[in-house]
Write a protein that binds this ligand. Structure first.
Ligand code: GMT
Length: 368
């Protein structure tokens, strides 16, 4: 098949998932055309089945906001007509599903059929999409997509509730390339004698960073640990300031990385205290790296992190409960090892080789 993938190119679960999907589809023999405003961070174009098309939005002073959707739908039309594309798969509804619908309509005038698959990732529904300024347009583009998928049951339910739509939504969970994580685990040389606790995110308010640092502060008074924070975003500076003010030892801010597996393989426990989280791809990557998980119980997290098995789930702002969970794991080596193993076994259920065929199956329904 010839497939267009539209995604956000930056560090963030939806773009990473879309990129890994495209790589795997190309390995499975499909031709994949990525469209985004920049080359996605994990995209490798040294494969003859993968192409990247940049959306350029020329600056014009009249516009307070430059019309990205127009440029995107034009790009989808151009790439479709030049490459006899079978379908477009957009990741993150806003504004991708809306732009894809416009492209579909334009192509129809040339008697070209371009089916749309829309994958909902989370904040496109739970934070941004349901805002009254966007809601009608988001609902419209969900309803008009030929197939809609969501990354968790929780997100599917939220979509039905928030948008009062009966649209059929197929849950296809996020996935990991287990082989990549396994290879890294084999190479990993664990150096520190102390337990390592890792957090990976885009440091947006939804990630509950202030709570995270307060938890680090309290646990550092009970146990000597290494705290690794990976990623960048709006609350990174707050995290740094709090760490300094509270004088928390051994906190390392490692910035963004394309090779998160190289850090996670040294880690014992992954922590994600999100206020909102539709899936938690970063937690799945940590599970594939044999980390026990301490997370909030919001959104799709309990579907991934099984309480008392792969880790613990806590009320998102219950600092004592996070500290207690970490304390249990750090002070009981046997329990920690068991949870790490359980975590890894759970990650096997989300292996790329099993999940990508679920997308291919949906594509087949649209292409005769
Ligand atoms: O806000 C983010 O965390 C980024 C966002 C994205 O669009 O990249 O992540 C969402 O999609 C990921 C991939 O499906 C999910 O793993 C995240 O849980 C989801 N984030 C939220 O729901 C906050």
């Amino acid at each position: 098949m010839k497939i267009i993938i539209v995604c956000y190119p930056t560090f963030g679960g939806s773009g990473i998932l879309a990129t890994e999907l495209g790589h795997k589809l190309s390995k499975n023999g499909h031709v994949v055309h990525f469209i985004a405003y920049e080359k996605p961070v994990r995209l490798e174009v040294n494969d003859e089945n993968i192409f990247f098309h940049k959306v350029n939005v020329p600056f014009y002073p009249l516009f307070n906001f430059q019309p990205y959707e127009l440029a995107l739908s034009t790009k989808i039309v151009d790439v479709s007509t030049k490459n006899q594309i079978d379908l477009v798969h957009v990741h993150y509804a806003i504004p991708h599903a809306y732009a894809a619908y416009m492209a579909q309509k334009m192509l129809k005038t040339q008697k070209i059929n371009l089916p749309i698959v829309t994958t909902l990732h989370g904040t496109d529904i739970t934070l941004v999409g349901k805002h009254p300024f966007y809601k009608k347009a988001v609902k419209f583009s969900i309803d008009k997509s030929n197939i809609v998928t969501s990354v968790s049951k929780s997100l599917k339910n939220d979509t039905h509730d928030f948008f009062e739509t009966n649209k059929k939504i197929k849950v296809i969970p996020n996935f990991v390339d287990l082989e990549k994580f396994n290879n890294q685990l084999k190479l990993c040389n664990k150096v520190s004698q102390y337990k390592t606790i890792t957090h990976v995110s885009n440091f947006r308010p939804a990630k509950n960073i202030r709570t995270l640092i307060k938890v680090f502060n309290l646990i550092s008074k009970k146990h000597k640990c290494i705290f690794n924070l990976i990623g960048e975003g709006p609350e990174l500076d707050i995290a740094k300031e709090m760490t300094k003010e509270l004088k928390i030892p051994n906190v390392y801010f490692l910035g963004n990385t394309n090779e998160v597996e190289k850090e996670l393989c040294h880690s014992d426990i992954f922590i994600l205290p999100s206020k909102v989280e539709s899936f938690g791809l970063a937690a799945l990557e940590a599970m594939a790296s044999k980390n026990a998980i301490v997370s909030s119980n919001r959104g799709g997290l309990p579907e991934l992190n099984l309480n008392n098995k792969t880790g613990f789930t806590c009320d998102y702002n219950d600092i004592d409960s996070y500290v207690d969970a970490l304390d249990k794991l750090i002070s009981n080596e046997k329990l920690l090892e068991k949870f790490k193993e359980n975590s890894y076994n759970r990650a096997k259920k989300f292996n790329i080789n099993d999940i990508v065929p679920m997308y291919e199956y949906e594509y087949m329904k649209l292409v005769k």
